[in-house]
Design a binder for this molecule. Structure first.
Ligand SMILES: C[S@@+](CC[C@H](N)C(=O)[O-])C[C@H]1O[C@@H](n2cnc3c(N)ncnc32)[C@H](O)[C@@H]1O
Length: 248
């Protein structure tokens, strides 16, 4: 069922061009240089996180190349690593694991903190032979004790992963990029997000989900929502962001 839904989303015609054009203009206009804001508010912490991300990508590159499989691109690894080090979350939930750049970055930061647990949801790539073996392959065994991973797709995984949780401190969404997939996940996560929780949504340029979400939840750009650009794509942030950076 999850695989059929994923295939359908690929052929769905999507949004009218005019709506996408105006949405992309909104992204361009709303986008802030978050790296610079982090550099200003916490230069040492942000440099440490960036250095870790570079090291992780460099060590993964050869390994992935040798396997000759193409897995999903990495999330904003430095940002996730930084957020875990800075906010010391008890409970982190992520969707979209693939090779596991984000999972490793989060778990490594938890290991440094000596605190926290990561709940991850994935759906292995159906185009690969025996795809299960690739999910989270970059996650080192030394940090796996803080990790719960389910691989049956968000619709099955999220209700299970969230059922025992009282709150979520950090949520990273990097799986099903459709509006329906995002709405589904947010409807489950929202009741668990306390005011200080942060949400990171990857690839928001795919469709206008993020703008609709920001408007309907009365969030304010530069306060409880932000758009940032990373490696040619856009990422949406939700939460009380002045806990992390000073927009002024
Ligand atoms: C861009 S990759 C994730 C990259 C990962 N965050 C990282 O930093 O390495 C997207 C992943 O989401 C998975 N995915 C796609 N649709 C999904 C769904 N409905 N439920 C769960 N995972 C899904 C893909 O199979 C893939 O493994």
């Amino acid at each position: 069922m999850a695989i059929a839904r994923k295939a359908m989303s690929r052929v769905w015609p999507g949004f009218p061009q005019q709506r996408m054009d105006s949405y992309r203009n909104w992204l361009d206009e709303s986008c802030v240089d978050f790296d610079q804001l982090l550099e200003r508010s916490d230069p040492d912490g942000w440099r440490q996180a960036r250095a870790y991300a570079e090291q992780l990508k460099a060590s993964a590159a050869g390994r992935l190349e040798a396997m000759s499989v193409t897995l999903g691109g990495a999330a904003h690894v430095a940002l996730l690593h930084y957020l875990v080090l800075r906010l010391r979350p008890e409970t982190v939930v992520e969707t979209g694991v693939a090779a596991g750049f984000s999972s490793q970055a989060i778990l490594q930061a938890m290991s440094i903190n000596g605190y926290g647990h990561l709940y991850s949801s994935d759906l292995p790539y159906m185009r690969l032979n025996d795809p299960d073996q690739y999910v989270g392959l970059l996650v080192e065994s030394a940090v796996r004790d803080r990790w719960t991973l389910l691989k049956d797709g968000d619709r099955a995984n999220l209700p299970k992963l969230l059922s025992g949780l009282e709150r979520v401190d950090l949520f990273s969404y990097d799986s099903d990029k459709t509006v329906q997939g995002r709405n589904f996940a947010m409807s489950l996560i929202e009741p668990l997000m306390h005011p200080g929780a942060i949400c990171v949504i990857d690839d928001i340029n795919d469709n206008p989900f993020f703008l609709d979400y920001v408007s309907s939840s009365h969030r304010v750009l530069g306060k409880t929502a932000a758009v940032l650009r990373h490696e040619g794509k856009y990422i949406g942030l939700l939460g009380e962001l002045d806990r992390i950076v000073d927009f002024a």
